[in-house]
Design a protein around this ligand. Structure first.
Ligand SMILES: Nc1ncnc2c1ncn2[C@@H]1O[C@H](COP(=O)(O)OP(=O)(O)OP(=O)(O)O)[C@@H](O)[C@H]1O
Ligand SMILES: [Mg+2]
Length: 308
């Protein structure tokens, strides 16, 4: 079974208005959508599109937490969320004029619930029950209300259990867990630069940087590079440069998450690391070119435009 962790999931309210979004004006929505949000949840959604059921873990609270769980389950994802008593699951508002691009949206991210040490221990106990054949996906930042070493705590809880861990997290969190030998890490190019505190422009430099992460403990390193695709360093030390299929990006949100899901889905099906990296790029590009998380059909179409 695959478990995704979203430490601070959200209920995302997207609203489009007829006119420009201006301070001090009352606006009327002409289109609205409510979606479950958070990197781990996005990964679970793409996994489901690719035919794989996963369990989403994290903390939820209040009515927004109920709605988040309902929407997540409606996507066909199992939920193992821990309900906490104080506060509510954050509501993130994205507001934009109809027809404007996603980058023009005004975003307001809500506050999350307050999570107690007992709640954290409960999640850690759930994680410690994973065993060989299971995958744990740690994605995204850890909110300031939680201990910043919670990812390390999960790794410690899993030591000698045989489960594989995948990490897509900002440099400071990634740094703390590499020595636990994560199965896969997926920094984007900016994150990789900031991790090593150096500029990276040529393929050789990026490949050398991926090797550094491998020397520090990562088994497989997938560096995503937006519209350029990705550089994949596999556990045998081979570098693969994978070009993204062309197209016009519509909404990049969830592209990195789709990539992680694509990798896991293909690896589980075939056990082939290179094929997994190719499907990862196909899934990332399909989502960048779609509204929301792309369908399996869109991923297949992208994949058919790529090498074998
Ligand atoms: N403009 C684009 N055109 C085609 N494919 C894209 C584009 N942007 C992203 N992708 C695809 O999505 C993958 C991940 O994109 P990116 O490197 O931007 O990840 P990220 O910054 O981690 O994303 P996220 O913001 O979701 O965390 C890329 O490797 C590529 O396959
Ligand atoms: Mg990312």
């Amino acid at each position: 079974m695959i478990f995704t962790v979203t430490t601070s999931p959200s209920l995302d309210l997207l609203m489009e208005t007829a006119g420009p979004v201006q301070t001090g004006k009352t606006l009327r929505a002409v289109h609205e959508e409510l979606r479950p949000g958070g990197k781990g949840i996005n990964i679970s959604i793409m996994l489901k599109h690719l035919g794989i059921t996963s369990t989403a873990l994290g903390f939820v609270a209040g009515f927004s937490g109920d709605e988040l769980m309902r929407l997540t389950m409606a996507e066909g994802i199992q939920t193992g969320f821990i309900r906490v008593r104080r506060g509510r699951t954050r509501i993130n508002l994205r507001l934009k004029e109809q027809g404007a691009g996603p980058l023009e949206a005004t975003r307001v991210n809500g506050l999350g619930p307050s999570v107690s040490p007992d709640d954290i221990n409960y999640l850690v106990r759930k994680v410690s029950a994973l065993s060989a054949g299971d995958y744990l996906v740690l994605a995204g930042t850890v909110p300031p209300s939680l201990p910043q070493d919670i990812y390390s705590t999960f790794f410690k809880a899993l030591q000698d259990k045989g489960a594989q861990v995948i990490v897509d997290a900002p440099p400071e969190l990634l740094h703390a867990v590499l020595n636990y030998r994560p199965f896969l890490v997926k920094p984007n190019l900016e994150e990789l630069k900031s991790f090593l505190n150096q500029d990276l422009s040529t393929t050789e430099e990026i490949s050398a940087a991926a090797h550094r992460l491998q020397q520090e403990g990562a088994q497989n390193v997938l560096v995503s590079m937006g519209s350029f695709g990705a550089l994949f360093l596999d556990s045998a030390g081979h570098t693969h440069v994978i070009r993204a299929p062309g197209g016009i990006a519509i909404d990049k949100i969830g592209a990195g998450d789709s990539m992680v899901a694509g990798f896991i889905a293909e690896y589980i099906k075939t056990g082939d690391l290179k094929q997994a990296a190719l499907l990862a790029v196909a899934a990332g590009s399909a989502t960048a070119l779609a509204r929301g998380i792309a369908s399996a059909q869109a991923v297949d179409e992208m994949r058919s435009q790529m090498e074998n």
